[in-house]
Design a protein around this ligand. Structure first.
Ligand code: TXA
Ligand code: MG
Length: 336
């Protein structure tokens, strides 16, 4: 299969709509990361997504909508708390998990009776959903296990020969995937931290949002998990990454003594006598989020073997950054 890259002009968008309506997959930019989109109401179309990504069948897909009518069509019920979050954070980087309707096939939700729904804010994906009038299943557009792509060329590198079309809408401005919160049970549970923070949701809901196990610590192999993405290997570069929690002088001594590669904040690069890859300023979690996945892929490009990463803040958007880095590091953290 030939994979084309097109700008999201009217022709590009029309072609994307035609491919999706015919049951195939298109890579489309969103404000978080690029996604692989297909008709969420057709099991066959969604099977093409799993195939293109080599994604395990037990990991459910997020369904993207463009208006509240589609939301009502896809979930059994919209509780008050869900409406509150949607009114504040949609369109935007938040996925809300609720009980699903039968129109969403089991293949999309990995057999679970819930579905994660998100109304993205990026104009290109919104236009395609509105035009096709289809809820679209859309995982990140990486091969399974790799860092999520935040530009069209990276999607192309992972997906060439596997999908017919990539729409090139430039760089994603958030850089990490949406916050995933479940409102399907008695209490709100955060399954994946993102740009919309736990504190922001608690402000709106006026109640506690529980942090799911698996976000800041590794789950045991046999542990029961409510969100399958928490247990899958993810974001992993080929290099062996370890997060270092300690002051800069000790960090410098360690990386230099082992001649490892430093995955560091911008302001420290000049002070290290080893190869460095930067992932934003130490005091700016939002920029770290934009840069992290690029940085992880860059480690592979420069052939890094052993990598020591500087520990990010875990506050606010920092928790999203830390969660991705922690998984890239296979949960290896050393306190110096
Ligand atoms: O920002 C995003 O959310 C991007 C863009 C393309 O919209 N999409 C994305 O999808 O990151 P994906 O498939 O890479 O990640 C979906 C995550 C997985 O960790 C999955 O386990 C979880 O959401 N998930 C999806 N549906 C779920 C459900 N019904 N219950 C629990 N977890 C669910
Ligand atoms: Mg993903």
């Amino acid at each position: 299969m030939d994979t084309r890259i097109l700008k999201p002009t009217q022709e590009g968008i029309q072609l994307a709509c035609d491919i999706i309506s015919a049951g195939d997959v298109v890579a489309i930019p969103t404000e978080t990361v690029y996604g692989l989109f297909a008709d969420a109401t057709k099991a066959d179309a969604c099977a093409n997504i799993f195939k293109a990504k080599d994604r395990p069948q037990d990991n459910p897909l997020i369904v993207h909508i463009s208006d509240y009518e589609m939301w009502q069509d896809t979930v059994a019920e919209i509780p008050e708390d869900a409406m509150k979050l949607a009114e504040v954070f949609w369109p935007g980087p938040l996925t809300i998990i609720l009980k699903k309707k039968d129109i969403i096939p089991d293949e999309v939700t990995a057999g679970m009776d819930t579905v994660g729904i998100r109304m993205p804010s990026h104009p290109v994906v919104l236009e395609i959903i509105s035009k096709t009038r289809l809820p679209l299943a859309g995982p990140s557009a990486n091969r399974s296990g790799r860092p999520s792509p935040t530009d069209a060329q990276t999607v192309f590198d992972d997906m060439t020969g596997r999908i017919p079309l990539v729409l090139d809408g430039g760089e994603c401005n958030i850089g990490v995937e949406s916050t995933v919160v479940s409102l399907a049970g008695k209490q709100p549970i955060l399954f994946r931290p993102g740009f919309i923070t736990k504190a922001q949701m608690e402000d709106v809901l006026q109640k506690e949002v529980i942090l799911s196990k698996g976000i800041t610590e590794e789950l045991a192999k046999d542990e029961k998990v409510l969100s399958p993405g928490l247990k899958h290997k993810h974001y992993a570069p080929k290099a062996e990454v370890t997060i270092i929690n300690g002051d800069f002088e000790k960090y410098k001594l360690l990386v230099e003594s082992e001649n490892a590669t430093a995955l560091c904040f911008d302001e420290y690069a000049d002070r290290l006598n080893v190869k460095t890859v930067c992932y934003g300023s130490q005091t700016d979690s939002k920029t770290q989020a934009v840069k992290l996945f690029h940085a992880l892929r860059q480690l592979d490009e420069i052939g890094a073997g052993k990598v020591y990463a500087m520990m990010p803040s875990t506050e606010g958007v920092g928790l999203a950054v830390y969660n991705r880095l922690l998984r890239a590091a296979g949960f290896r953290v050393v306190n110096l």
